[in-house]
Design a protein around this ligand. Sequence first.
Ligand code: FAD
Ligand code: NAD
Ligand code: SF4
Ligand code: FES
Length: 804
Amino acid sequence: MVKQKLVLIGNGMAGIRCLEEILKIEKNAFEITVFGSENHPNYDRIQLSKVLQGDTAIEDITLNDWNWYEQNNILLHSGETVTRIDTEKQIVISDKNREVAYDKLILATGSVPFILPLPGADKEGVTAFRNIEDCEKMIEYSKKYKKAAVIGGGLLGLEAARGLLNLGMEVDVIHLADYLMERQLDEAAANLLRKELEKQGMNFLLRKQTQEIIGENRVEGLRFSDGEEIKADLVVMAVGIKPNTSIAIESGIPVNRGILVNDYMETEISNVFAVGECAEHRGMVYGLVAPLYEQGKALAGKICSIDVKPYEGTVLSTKLKVSGVDVFSAGIINEDEQTKVIKEFNDWKGTYKKILIQDDKISGSVLFGDTKEGTKLLSLINKGANVSEYLEKDESNDAGVSFVASLPNDEIICGCNGVTKGDIVNAIETQGLTNIDEVKGCTNASRSCGGCKPLVADILELTLGDEFSKANQKEAICSCTTLSRDEVVTAIRNMNLKTTREVMNVLEWNTIDGCSKCKPALNYYLGMIYPLEYEDEKESRFVNERLHANIQKDGTFSVVPRMYGGVTNPEQLRKIADVAEKYDVKLLKVTGGQRIDMFGIEKEDLPKVWAELDMPSGYAYGKTLRTVKTCVGAEFCRFGTQDSIGLGIALEKKFERISTPHKFKMAVSACPRNCAESGIKDLGVVGVDGGYQIYVGGNGGTDLRAADLLCKVKTSEEVIEITGAYFQYYRETGIYLERTSKWVERMGLDHIRSVMEDDRKRLELNIRLDEALTVAQEPWKEIVESERLQKELFEKVKIPVTVE
Ligand SMILES: Cc1cc2nc3c(=O)[nH]c(=O)nc-3n(C[C@H](O)[C@H](O)[C@H](O)COP(=O)(O)OP(=O)(O)OC[C@H]3O[C@@H](n4cnc5c(N)ncnc54)[C@H](O)[C@@H]3O)c2cc1C
Ligand SMILES: NC(=O)c1ccc[n+]([C@@H]2O[C@H](COP(=O)([O-])OP(=O)(O)OC[C@H]3O[C@@H](n4cnc5c(N)ncnc54)[C@H](O)[C@@H]3O)[C@@H](O)[C@H]2O)c1
Ligand code: SF4
Ligand code: FES
């Protein structure tokens, strides 16, 4: 059978999802060609916010990698733009003069960011936030510059602003309207949001109209219509998008705001279809994936000539992807004379709920602070449900498994992909699925923004009952493989794999050289499994770990020498002062870990600085033991019951330098007044009458967590023994980049306690740890003594920077 020629213009989220739907119906009916202006395989644009916020890496947001096109016989012309369509001859022509004939043509050209036509908008340092290159540009700027201005306080602007804060910039958000996200929120919710984001460090300029971007060649600031000016080194425009209709217009395909389509995504030209943000359906142009994926389904059915539900429009719902802020909105958000409203505002908890009712039907909702009801409300809005159905709801305030149990089967769980609870339960039961990744692969749930993952996990737990274990949830270590951390570690042990290359080859990685996520992870696992023979692959490590110092915004480094237990002496202080003067150190700062940080050292001076300090590295950059903070303890403090300094120094000397999945901080306080903050450390010791309490899993950083009491022991020797076993158990079972606060929750405190209480296991763990400790080297000394390493690492050559 002669295959029909199907051409897709636009390698983005909507177009490729539509192809996936087509392939599900007709695997071999079409000869498919795809044109994509971007030089990347199909990726999850939504996750760019998470990339900027540092939660994921660019390498990990690919939806369909290069192999996928090959496996499905799809010819992809990436980095190539279609410039003309001859709808008479049915051919498309690209900017590389390639002509491709089609029987059916899909336009999925997406949107282009709206760039305000301001004087100075073309200056260096002004960017949109739409694609991978924009994201990389912002990350690069943040290394050199300090002040960012984001124009537009909508979803995109606020997610960009959060990312730039995470990258260490100061951020002003300039917004035209009276309150933030005015298209998605009402004023009350927007004000709560503004207050929360101000707490996170954002600065807002509301009701401000930008008049000019000032500066010489590159941006230096903004001038507003009221004459006020602010400084800015980077300007991000996030003031909305417009459908990318240029080729449609030039090719005579009817366009209003977007390319005009009917309920089957047909344009007015035969055999030409449009899907995604470029399409206008019943007067609506959408900018979120849920409607675009629904459109893709209808179009796939049409193209494959099967009976499908027409696309009839979508009720929009949104969630802001900024950690620590829960905002949800759906349907109509502002009331008028025809609307009745249920409003609940809890100032104490910082929660707000508004439900709008028209003709006794729920027509919209805005939630702030607690968005758990969002799924249910969206479903009621979609169903046009009577308000009584909402009011009859179970008021038990259930969470987790009991909450999903209360949902009917037709409740949408994954809003982005339109997947219901029934779809997920059915897939789990019929396909034998046991984890989120498998559910994602089978149903698409959680494949886009990822916001529904917790609900998917709850449904797994509900459906599998005792067979479900959150600890065993399989998550691939990165997109280069489908294997989880446990599967990879088991394969390394069982198959005796010895290098990262060998692991990637034997376990059939789908990339040649891995990515920034799996390379350092494999390097860690191999080092943990073969402590004596594995040779650390320095090139797999992040730049700070390769250079044994912390890179700063201006490209210089900071150096932190070790001060065991936070104790120093005049000789060390004199050396630090001499080095600081000689190498023009820009800032000397006492750290929270009780030592001294020297900022502003040039890369090529690092080995000389270390040689002259003649102190060990404090590993302020490493995934290893950082510090052991101590209080003054029994020797000087009248409340002290133990020698906290002595114990702290002993712990630091014993466990320093050895790799752990993530950084590890300890503290020892000599009485429950806890001056060394033992309650927020990975492992904290507190002196009490007759012994010591050991606390674990604390975290004083972004994910604030109070430590749990692991056990009580009598002697300092027992503290060291338990610490050794705990440290090694974390090394052996932790996922690379998982802090102990998360690890303790994943493994369960009771389980960890049972391992620590088992004499044999404790002894074996300590034996394995002691073996690994025998080869731990002092890195600064090693470099100072090796001309080869100095040449390789510190001569003035450009080093590729992989930022953590
Ligand atoms: C940072 C960010 C965060 C987001 N977060 C969310 C979210 O949380 N939830 C949500 O639902 N949505 C979110 N969105 C919106 C979502 O990403 C878009 O709705 C979706 O990507 C649109 O898909 P599309 O295929 O229509 O367009 P796109 O994904 O933009 O794809 C269009 C592609 O076509 C290419 N192209 C255009 N013209 C041509 C041509 N002539 N020849 C060849 N190729 C061409 C473009 O280069 C582009 O790659 C976010 C968007 C951004 C930028
Ligand atoms: N979490 C999510 O769902 C998410 C996240 C990011 C992006 N997106 C999508 O990406 C697209 C782009 O997002 P967006 O936030 O740019 O669009 P938007 O239209 O939602 O918001 C733009 C905002 O910019 C403001 N604005 C317009 N002109 C301005 C000016 N001159 N000065 C200051 N402010 C001005 C508007 O008042 C508006 O609030 C949208 O379709 C959005 O839905 C969604
Ligand atoms: S923790 Fe107790 S012993 Fe240590 S310094 Fe504070 S009060 Fe003194
Ligand atoms: S809700 Fe976005 S991926 Fe499921």
